[in-house]
Ligand binder design. Structure first.
Ligand SMILES: [Zn+2]
Length: 164
């Protein structure tokens, strides 16, 4: 089972490490589709996790390269949570998710992969996705390409733009 879980996180563990901050680089690159950036808000943006725990695993990230929560301005704070709420809404519409995990890993010891730039994880959960069979099912979900999931979710985020 451990191996199954490890399968889709292998690149994360074994793959080449990028220099510098991945989030800061992605936002500068201006190739949102290739980088799977779904939404650019005023203070935060939404990007798909390249090494998802589940299909549709998103991250809400402030533009500011900040490590500690208390360094966020109150505007960034508000946008971070507001955008997380909206991300759940978009996921709920686009996928048959039964629940969600939202949270932050602050510090490497807490499991942060990108420790120096804080971010909120939004992970859709599917009933039974932790059971053995569902892990196999989960691998199926993983086998939907990042681009396909991007196309599933993008219209929902585009609609947010119209509302704002
Ligand atoms: Zn950064």
């Amino acid at each position: 089972m451990e191996n199954l879980w490890a399968a889709w996180r292998r690149d994360f563990i074994l793959g080449p490490r990028e220099e510098g901050c991945v989030f800061c680089r992605r936002i500068e690159e201006n190739s949102d589709r290739e980088n799977h950036i779904l939404y650019r808000g005023k203070h935060v943006f939404v990007i798909m996790n390249r090494f998802p725990y589940n299909g549709g695993h998103l991250m809400v990230v402030p533009y500011s390269h900040i490590k500690d929560l208390d360094k966020l301005t109150s505007d960034e704070n508000c946008d971070l949570f507001d955008m997380s709420v909206k991300a759940v809404g978009v996921l709920r519409q686009a996928m048959p998710a039964d629940g969600f995990n939202l949270g932050m890993n602050l510090g490497a010891v807490a499991g942060a992969g990108i420790e120096e730039h804080l971010h909120m994880h939004v992970v859709p959960r599917f009933r039974g996705d932790t059971s053995f069979l569902a892990v196999l099912g989960g691998t199926k979900v993983q086998s939907i390409s990042m681009d396909d999931i991007y196309d599933m979710l993008k219209p929902g985020f585009d609609r947010l733009e119209d509302l704002s």
